[in-house]
Write a protein that binds this ligand. Structure first.
Ligand code: ATP
Ligand code: MG
Length: 420
């Protein structure tokens, strides 16, 4: 993409009305636009990052047999009456609205009830199980504190997966598969080493649920980590019982601030029983389906990456989720830069091409702010030498690469999992 064509313009200054680093930087660099507190629009660059994050999650969800759907954001209270969750005062973050005829509707804050109801006609016998269904869908939550930028929105996209099994042991097996898929997702996004599968409360049919907590000072959560075993527990469950259950040595636990990037829950029959989602087993008995639910916030994940990797010059994207892999800068060598842009595009390398007429210093500062993994500078010297400087954003690596080898240079570095 040509930068002269991109409608967003980076700002010199950070917005004054943001506290979080992720919102400050993403707004400054033109990745997101603030509508109001806790509500953000994604601009072309930001949307590309979000799509990449969702692409990685999608591959991993499909890899464990997930089938993607897209459920409605306006919710019928009917399904929620079975669990009592629509009742006044039960869910404090719920935005509700009314039709003109006074019928109440809910704005999706989660999907257990509608998902369970939706699956009823499709799960009849044990032959229809197991199933795993997921979506990327907008959730609305009346969060009281919305000071963490895109990490805590009042409107945000959630990846929510729901599993349907015949038995607790089948659920246990699938739960462990999801856990491994989550490990892969967080590793691919570049935060694997800092992300801990953390014991938390809230499992309905199990003693604990698990949260995926990424160690970061900007986090709203507190966890205790045993580095040796890589076991972590949320502060909220830090009791003598948990310590004993997990055979942890209290003196070895280190307290850290962290961000909950995802979680996994065994729901058991909490929803299938009241909503009557049943199946016929081999003997003809009707049994409630055993469920699990598994969330990840792609926007929160993106915000976490910003919090962790950016520096004083701006954003720093891991290659796997960068909006473009290469930032091509022309410094008075437009003809050569144009040719290189064409070459890279033909090789399906994702390039943002700064074809604007601006001072070198300004172009460099903007490139740093935007944070693409590689900056390629085609200058006057390139005309003589046929070479261009390739500089990594995340470290101090600089290489001279010939213009004709550039496409294969970047093809070899293409992030894993990318289709073309
Ligand atoms: P938290 O305790 O941080 O409020 P939660 O327990 O409410 O999170 P879930 O309802 O289980 O989270 O949502 C699943 C995932 O969605 C979370 O792990 C997180 O990654 C993401 N998420 C939750 N709330 C938000 C939000 N307000 N903005 C962005 N992402 C969110
Ligand atoms: Mg919450």
């Amino acid at each position: 993409m040509r930068q002269s064509h991109l409608f967003t313009i980076p700002r010199k200054e950070s917005p004054k009305d943001e506290e979080s680093l992720n919102a400050k930087l993403l707004i400054r660099a033109g990745y997101i636009h603030k509508e109001m507190a806790g509500v953000y629009s994604y601009l072309p660059l930001g949307r590309r990052v979000l799509e990449k994050v969702m692409g990685i999650i999608r591959e991993e969800m499909n890899g464990i047999g997930g089938q993607e759907v897209s459920m409605a954001a306006l919710q019928n209270p009917e399904a929620w009456k079975f669990t009592g969750r629509f009742d006044e005062g039960v869910v404090d973050v719920w935005f509700k609205t009314r039709l003109k005829n006074d019928t109440e509707l809910g704005l999706a804050f989660t999907h257990e009830e509608p998902m369970t109801a939706m699956m009823r006609p499709f799960i009849r016998s044990y032959r229809d199980l197991p199933r795993a269904v997921y979506q990327f869908q907008t959730k609305f939550r009346n969060e009281t504190r919305a000071k963490s930028g895109i990490m805590r929105g009042r409107e945000f996209i959630m990846k929510d997966l729901y599993s349907f099994s015949r038995s607790q042991s089948d659920l246990d097996m699938f739960y462990d598969e999801v856990a491994l898929a989550y490990d892969r997702i967080f590793a691919r996004v570049g935060i694997g080493e800092r992300t801990y599968k953390t014991f938390a409360s809230g499992g309905v049919f199990s003693k604990y649920s698990h949260e995926y907590q990424t160690v970061c000072d900007a986090g709203e959560d507190t966890i205790y980590i045993d580095e040796e075993s890589r076991i972590a527990i949320n502060k909220e469950v830090h009791t003598d019982e948990v310590i004993a259950d997990l055979r942890l040595d209290v003196s070895k636990l280190v307290e850290k601030k962290s961000i909950e990037v995802g979680n996994i829950f065994k729901l058991g029959t909490k929803f299938s029983e009241p909503l009557n989602l049943t199946y016929k087993d081999e003997e003809g008995a009707m049994l409630p389906v055993v469920m699990g639910s598994y969330g990840i916030g792609p926007g929160r994940l993106m915000g976490t990456v910003v919090e962790l990797f950016s520096d004083e010059r701006g954003l720093v994207w891991p290659e796997s989720i960068a909006p473009f892999q290469v930032h091509l800068l022309s410094l008075g060598a437009d003809e050569q830069a144009e040719a290189l842009y064409r070459l890279l595009s033909e090789a399906e390398i994702e390039v943002l091409y700064d074809d604007r007429d601006m001072r070198a210093g300004e172009k460099f500062a903007e490139a740093d702010l935007l944070g693409l993994p590689y900056r390629v500078v085609v200058g006057k010297k390139s005309i003589e030498t046929g070479m261009a400087e390739v500089k990594a954003r995340a470290n101090t690596d600089i290489e001279m690469v010939s213009l004709e080898d550039m496409a294969s240079f970047f093809s070899a570095r293409r992030p894993r999992g990318e289709k073309n």
